[in-house]
Design a binder for this molecule. Structure first.
Ligand code: SF4
Length: 227
């Protein structure tokens, strides 16, 4: 059994998500949950799988550059939890994204690549008034520690962060308590797992959990969680 405080945290979080989603639905809002399908995504997916099947839409933003292990993990977890997954991706093919010199965009302009492959497909899905749920946590980075549980963004979409106060420890305790799987690349030393070209293994010099992303650049966010 987990410590009482963990049990309470897990139960309170689930009850709050259920109440919030019911409230959003009663207001006629579409409710979406984007997931990067890492270990840190698993508790939120597990909780929404216990809501009514049409309560939320789980979304994978498929850049086409994700690790094969992530695609496999995503499919195995949705099957295990019995949830549907909607994939969204850029309308532009890889060939259309190449620079004039024949390079992938991620090799020359990571901000443009993230915008095209992550932000635009998600923005195309959402309407003002919709709720965009994600499992970001304040302890992941300085940028994320500035977030609020519920925020309205510049496009009129409600940003909902129900796990904001959770810690990495809470995530792994929840996974352990519920006997849920972890992303297989964690065993190889990865901590924050995004697209293959922009993810390296975590090392002791990384100050933040997301230190292995966009090496050699000051970029720490793909743009999904920053206006
Ligand atoms: S993380 Fe890298 S490959 Fe993925 S969308 Fe952003 S720049 Fe492109």
């Amino acid at each position: 059994m987990p410590p009482l405080s963990s049990s309470l945290l897990f139960e309170n979080t689930f009850q709050r998500i259920r109440a919030d989603v019911n409230q959003f639905k009663s207001e006629g809002r579409g409710v979406y949950v984007t997931s990067s399908f890492q270990s840190q995504s698993v508790p939120l997916l597990h909780m929404v799988s216990q809501l009514a099947s049409d309560a939320v839409t789980v979304v994978l933003i498929d850049t086409g550059f994700l690790f094969p292990e992530t695609y496999l993990f995503a499919h195995s977890i949705i099957e295990r939890l019995g949830i549907q997954m909607l994939k969204v991706r850029s309308e532009r093919t890889f060939a259309e994204q190449m620079t004039q010199r024949g390079n992938f965009l991620f090799a020359s302009d990571i901000d443009a690549c993230c915008h095209l492959n992550k932000v635009e497909p998600m923005r195309a899905l959402l309407r003002p008034g919709d709720v965009w749920t994600s499992g970001i946590r304040a302890d992941q980075s300085k940028v994320r520690s500035q977030k609020a549980r519920l925020e309205m963004d510049a496009t009129g979409v409600l940003r909902y962060h129900p796990l904001l106060e959770w810690t990495a420890k809470d995530i792994y305790r929840y996974i352990q308590v519920h006997d849920l799987p972890r992303h297989p690349l964690e065993n190889d030393g990865y901590k924050s797992i995004g697209c293959v070209p922009c993810t390296r293994k975590w090392n002791a010099l990384d100050f933040e959990e997301r230190g292995g992303r966009w090496e050699g650049s000051s970029k720490t966010e793909c743009g999904l969680h920053t206006d």
